[in-house]
Design a protein around this ligand. Structure first.
Ligand code: IMP
Length: 183
């Protein structure tokens, strides 16, 4: 089976190639620009984007909308994660968290998958903390400041290990379960 992964993020493509590959699903990377609506829910963004892509004739594809939600910041940057990463970046989040001891945060990844004429939408979540400084060179985005075990950042984990515990890896496992139901 082949699924098109629609994203401009090569980090996501690598992760999907590894995680879906281990279930025998081949990935074809496509960059198709599409507008994302602004919503307080990742799932709404995914549903709307899927409708847009299907209306253009696309089938058998995956998109995802993800975000990092910091408890002490009321869930910020959350659905604004892409904009915040582009503007103030990890340094900006660390600055906001400078004198904050309660550092719990979570990552969420909502995957939308169109397969065999059906839509599957699943959300994976990974709990963790915001580190005091950026560490590691792997991954992308907020990986250098997020830790699932309170020790190593996501950017210090080999790809396979990140996929075992991450929001995206968990979402992929949920997706595979749903796919089995329609097989
Ligand atoms: P989007 O899903 O591409 O809109 O991602 C929103 C923002 O969160 C972007 O700045 C991504 O770089 C960041 N992001 C999404 N997934 C991850 C991840 O697995 N690790 C680190 N940052 C991520």
């Amino acid at each position: 089976m082949i699924l098109k992964v629609i994203t401009s993020n090569l980090g996501k493509v690598k992760e999907y190639r590894d995680s879906l590959g281990s279930f025998g699903i081949r990935i074809e990377h496509m960059k198709i620009p599409y507008d994302e609506i602004q919503s307080s829910k990742l799932e709404d963004v995914v549903k709307e984007s899927m409708e847009h892509l299907k209306a253009s004739g696309l089938t058998d594809f995956i998109i995802d909308d993800s975000g990092m939600f910091v408890d002490a910041l009321g869930g910020f940057p959350g659905v604004y994660s892409a904009y915040v990463q582009k503007t103030v970046g990890n340094a900006g989040i660390l600055k906001l968290m400078e004198n904050v001891d309660a550092r719990n945060a979570n990552f969420q990844c909502c995957i939308g998958c169109n397969i065999k004429g059906k839509d599957i939408i699943v959300t994976g979540r990974c709990e963790g903390t915001i580190l005091r400084k950026e560490t590691g060179t792997e991954g992308f985005g907020y990986d250098p400041i997020f830790s699932h075990d309170g020790k190593r950042s996501f950017a210090e984990l080999p790809l396979q290990e990140k996929n075992e515990v991450s929001h995206r890896g968990i979402a992929v496992k949920l997706l595979i379960n749903e796919m089995k139901k329609i097989a």
